[in-house]
Design a binder for this molecule. Sequence first.
Ligand SMILES: [Cu+2]
Length: 472
Amino acid sequence: MIRWIALLFCLSVVAGYATGALAKSVTYNLYATDGYTELADGTRAYIYGFVGGRDGSPITYQTSYNGTNAPQVSTTSVPAPTAGPETGNLLAGNAQFPAPIIYATVGDVVTIRFKNLGVAANPRAPNDPHSIHLHGVDVNAANDGVPETSVGAIPANGLDPGAGNVIVYMFTAEYPGTYMYHCHQEADIHVNMGMYGALVIYNRGDAAGVVGPGKGKGGTLFSADYDKDFVLLLSEFDVRGHQDEEGTYIPQSWDPNPWNWAQYKPQYWFINGISFPQTIHVASNSGLAYSNWLAAHPGYETLISGSVSKYNRDWRTRGEKVLIRVINMGFETQPMHMHGFHGKILGSDQRDWGFASQRIDLLNVMQPFGKGMEKQTLTIGSGETYEWLIDFGQQALNSNYPSGTTPDPGTLPVPGISGVNYVGNPVKGIIGGYDPLNMGSQLFPFHNHDDYKATNNGAYPGGMFTMLSPLP
Ligand SMILES: [Cu+2]
């Protein structure tokens, strides 16, 4: 008996050592500030937001939109925040929308050093404090980022107590899955103003955990293997509220009341902070190339692609398994609908939904596609996350598109985009001569089924709308 206890003790020490050896420290430097983002139709919207990234790595950020010229994209080292008044910080006034993705691996100790640079893009706005709420992470109250119940929000430079301080949030990554983070100061305002981003916790050994989501690397989540993962962060703006924070909101004759957020009725819907057609790699209205936008928002790729034929460890199907991490950070409930596929729901809110797709053998290999909780429309409420796995082998590469050379008035109309001249594929070449992935294959819409949300300020198509792109 004693021997067994001794053996168990030794094993637990070894296990503890191995666990400790794998754990690492991951540090992010984040700043709060303001700025302007460009909406799909060129509208300039005032935002609050975050900018920064991993400590020790350079970041690429997008400059505030001036309403005329395409924003610039610049690369800089991320300065570690230090306490005290801040002058001359390059990042001030250049809030990113959405906020930089935070990612780590189970067991990692995650440290977020956070400083408020104040409002630089629009000095008329109040110099509000900001915080970081780690939504879904089971942190203690001090690290919960709610000013009234946690370590307080920090004001920027000024006379307020704590101005210029650096807040350090810490947690140990425990549950793998998809999370979000956002400011919780006056959350009705600051969330809609743009202060949110994705947070992803990977399992140990996940290749994707080294580079983060949207980079074409795979891993395992809730006993299912995937070949690559994408973040789909859903949200929307009522620009009247943004005008109110900017100091430019003019009440209408039919509604002379001052703005308040209970009047919320949005005009713009986003996937990862952009709208169709930018979601399928079209340049912004001002001319910012998608590749530059993506460089400044790493991990937020919006065009979902996968190989229809890549063989992988799940012998039952042949296509790439593509994990879509759906996050609803907006104030509305969104029915997201994929054409051509049924995605398997692996989990929700950072927990395994094994009951929805039961494992079938001792190796824990997932049920083949065609069984379990597979959905083509997923209704997701504010604050929820889902992991939705697509098998691209559910589709072949080609279908029987008609071929021809005559511009087809029935093809997808993209406002402001000329150069319709397709040969054999209704979409190929339609986007100003730009072929999103140089593909000769089918494309499938993936969009909000409240179709009025697939609009940009009332113009269809737009808004919360992207594509699924089967590849060879
Ligand atoms: Cu805030």
